[in-house]
Design a protein. Sequence first.
Length: 318
Amino acid sequence: MYYEKNVKNNHKVLVTGAGGFIGSHLVEQMVLRGASVRAFVRYNSRGDIGLLKLLSAKILKEVDIVMGDLRDTEAIRQSVKGINTIFHLGSLISIPYSYIHPREVIDTNNMGTLNILMAARDNNVVKIIHTSSSEVYGTPKYVPIDETHPLQGQSPYSASKIGADMIAFSFYCSYGLPIAIIRPFNAFGPRQSDRAVIPTIISQALVKEKICLGSLDTKRDYTYINDTVEGFIKIAESSKSVGEVINIGANFEISIGDIVKKVMKICVNSFVPQASMLMAVMRNLPWFRNTMPIRFQIDSLTLKRLPYSARALSATGL
C-alpha cells in the first residue's frame, strides 16, 4: 500500500518525457529537492536531450539520462528498475500531428503507457503519476470543468490520451497499482515553445508593431509552470491521490485579449514600444476549429483535498 513520503533525499524517480516543457522543469525541481533522478527522453540520432539541455551544468550532471522509445518494452523495463516513483509525462502531444499520423500517436501514447504500467507492476513501484491532458474533455459542455466532465475524443491525440487514462485506471483496479492521473491545464513559463499562445504574444510584443492572433475572446485557465510542477509533487507525495483523476489549474479564467493587455503593459513599463492588437482571420483547419473552445476554466474536486493551490495568472509569471 502506498504511504505518504516526501519525494526527496535520494528518493529514486523516473521522469518520462523529461525533455519536454513540464518534464524538464520537473527533473530540475526533483534534483533540487535531493531526489535521484532518471530522465527518459526519446532517442534521436543527434543525441538531442530536448529542453534538458537548458538546465544548469550543476543540475544536469546529477541526472541519469536514458534515451529510448516508450514503445520498446525492454527499454522501459530497464529504466524502471530500482525506481520508487514514476512521473509518466512521455507522449506524442501535437494535435495537428495526430491528424497526419494517428497510428503513431495512438501507438506511442497507449502502448508506451502500457509498457510503463507493466514495468511498474513487476518492479513494485511505490507511486505512478500518469499525465493526462485537458484535451480529453474536448469542447466543454459546462464550465468550470471538473473531473466528472464527459470525455470527448475530438482528435486522435485526445482519443489516445483517453485510452491511456483508461489503461492506467484499469491497472489501479485490477492490480492495485498506486496510480494517480493528472490533467494539467495550460501551463506556461520559461522554456515553453513559441507555438503556445503566451510565448507567441510576448515574442510578438517585443519585436513587432502588431500582435497577430486568432480570437481574442477565447478564455483559458493558465497555470505558471512552477505551480504545475508543485502539483505533480504534492500529488506524488499524497496517499489521498491514489486511484484519483486530478485537474491541475488555478481555477481562474482569462481571455487571450486580456493577456495581450497585461503583456503590453509590462512592455510599456519596461520601455519597450507598445504594440497594437490585430485580430487575424480564423484559420480554416479542422484541428483549429475543433480544439479551440471559447471557455476552458477548471474546477478540481480532488485537488481541493490536497495541500496545494496554484496562483492565478499574474504579471510576475508573465
